[in-house]
Design a protein. Structure first.
Length: 287
C-alpha cells in the first residue's frame, strides 16, 4: 500500500474524525436547505433607479428653490472614497429671500465670483442658500460609512448640537409625508475658515425614511429581503462663526431644510426604485 493509502486508512480508522466529518457535512446540507426553504438572502440584488442618473431626479427649480451652482463631476479618487457614481452636489437659493438679479449673477459667475456672492448672501441670511447632496447606493449590506458626524469632524469641525427631528411635510398634488431627519450644528475649528454649518440628513432605505445610519444598516441586513438600496439626502447651510451663537440661525436653517424637503422629496421618490413593484414583479413606469 502506498503512503497516501496508509494515511487515509489511518484517518478513517479514527471514529472521532469520521463523526466530525459527517456532522460538518450534515450541517452544511442542513444550512443550505434552511436558507433555500426560508428564502434567506445574504446578498442583495441591485435596484436600478427610474432615471439614468440621480442628478436627473432634482429639477433646477422646485417651488421657491432655484439651482444657482453648476454641476461638476468629482475626481476619480474622491468618487472611489464616496463608493458610488450616483451622486449630485448642488446649491439652491430660496427665491423668496434672494432677488432674481443675485440669482442670475450667481448662475453666470466664475467660481471665484460665485464664492464671494454666496458668502455675501449667507452673511445676510444663512438659510437663503442650501447645499444639497444626494447619493445613491444599491446591492449592499455593509455599514453606512459617509455620515456628517464622521466626515465633518474629520475635516476639522466640532459637533455643538445634535438632535433628531420629525418633519410633517406637505407638497404639491396632495403629497404628504412625516419624515425623521438628523439636525446638527458644526463649529469650525480651522482659524482660516471661521464658519458655522447647520446640517440635516436622512435616508430613504428600501422605500422607508430613516434618520439613523444603524437603522439603515439593519434594514439592509434583513435576510428576508432580496433587494436593497438607500439614498442619503444631506442639506447644509453656512454662516459666519460670529453668528453661531444666535439661536435663530439654527431655527431658520431647520425651517428652510423642511421647506426644501417638501419639494425635493416628491421629485426624488419619482426617481428611486418602486419598492412595491420590485416585490410584485411588475415593472414600474416611473410615474
Amino acid at each position: 500500500m502506498n503512503p497516501w493509502g496508509r494515511a487515509i486508512k489511518s484517518v478513517l480508522s479514527q471514529p472521532a474524525f469520521v463523526v466530525t466529518v459527517l456532522l460538518l457535512a450534515v450541517s452544511a446540507l442542513t444550512l443550505n436547505g434552511a436558507v433555500g426553504f426560508l428564502r434567506l438572502h445574504f446578498k442583495k440584488l441591485p435596484c436600478p433607479l427610474r432615471v439614468a442618473m440621480i442628478k436627473d431626479a432634482l429639477p433646477t427649480k422646485m417651488g421657491d428653490w432655484v439651482q444657482v451652482s453648476q454641476d461638476q463631476p468629482i475626481d476619480a479618487e474622491t468618487e472611489q472614497i464616496l463608493g458610488t457614481s450616483q451622486y449630485v452636489f448642488r446649491d439652491y437659493a430660496d427665491s423668496s429671500l434672494v432677488g432674481s438679479d443675485e440669482i442670475e449673477a450667481m448662475k453666470k459667475a466664475t467660481p471665484q465670483q460665485y464664492e464671494a456672492l454666496r458668502a455675501q448672501i449667507q452673511e445676510r441670511q444663512p438659510q437663503a442658500i442650501i447645499t444639497a447632496a444626494v447619493t445613491y447606493y444599491t446591492g449592499l449590506v455593509d455599514t453606512v460609512a459617509h455620515i456628517p458626524e464622521r466626515c465633518y469632524v474629520a475635516d476639522g469641525y466640532n459637533v455643538s448640537h445634535s438632535e433628531e427631528k420629525d418633519a410633517d411635510l406637505h407638497g404639491a398634488d396632495g403629497w404628504q409625508r412625516k419624515v425623521p431627519y438628523r439636525f446638527l450644528t458644526f463649529d469650525d475649528q480651522v482659524a482660516t475658515r471661521r464658519v458655522s454649518r447647520n446640517v440635516g440628513y436622512l435616508f430613504n432605505v428600501n422605500g422607508v425614511y430613516d434618520a439613523d445610519s444603524f437603522g439603515v444598516r439593519g434594514r439592509l441586513q434583513d435576510l428576508r429581503e432580496r433587494y436593497g438600496y438607500y439614498a442619503k439626502v444631506e442639506l447644509m447651510t453656512q454662516a459666519p462663526a460670529a453668528m453661531s451663537q444666535n439661536p435663530d440661525v439654527a431655527k431658520n436653517s431647520a425651517q428652510a431644510m423642511e421647506k426644501f424637503l417638501a419639494v425635493a422629496l416628491p421629485e426624488l421618490e419619482k426617481a428611486l426604485p418602486d419598492w412595491k413593484a420590485l416585490h410584485s414583479g411588475v415593472p414600474s413606469s416611473g410615474k
